[in-house]
Design a protein. Structure first.
Length: 145
């Protein structure tokens, strides 16, 4: 039996409430809903945001070992890509990013060298973690139904 993919991904953030607001608003535009609050193994609060069978966890930092600003070319997460149901959803997320003055990297456009019709925008979360919102027509057609 084939795996259904990633069950959850936890990001460590510098300010849990700030990041929870940021991700909740962004992911709501992508159809994510629900927040589950749990206690981590060190007693820390974890906020899990849900999209169908996938969860994104946010944990507040408990160490200053990794320097700020975030270096995506150090060991760790390079970027996180969130799937959009249509190109218009990528555009809606981009409008939200711009409206809030979020640091950006690349406005929505096609990246045909990734895949036919690959339409994405790139920007950064409050801690400098690179994020992508992407619509890929071939993938969307094979996973929607």
């Amino acid at each position: 039996m084939q795996s259904r993919g990633i069950h959850h991904l936890d990001l460590v953030v510098s300010d849990i409430e700030r990041s929870k607001r940021f991700y909740s608003e962004l992911l709501r535009l992508l159809g994510w809903s629900g927040v589950l609050e749990l206690e981590g193994e060190r007693g820390e609060n974890i906020s899990y945001l849900q999209a169908q069978d996938t969860w994104l966890g946010l944990r507040e930092k408990q160490s200053d070992v990794h320097p700020v600003p975030y270096d995506r070319y150090a060991v760790g997460v390079h970027h996180v890509a969130f799937e959009a149901a249509a190109p218009e959803v990528v555009d809606r997320c981009w409008a939200w990013v711009v409206e809030r003055g979020v640091e950006t990297e690349s406005a929505p456009k096609e990246f045909p060298h990734y895949a036919a019709g690959y339409y994405a925008a790139f920007f950064y979360d409050p801690d400098g973690i690179k994020l992508e919102v992407v619509h890929e027509p071939v993938r969307a057609a094979t996973t929607s139904g």
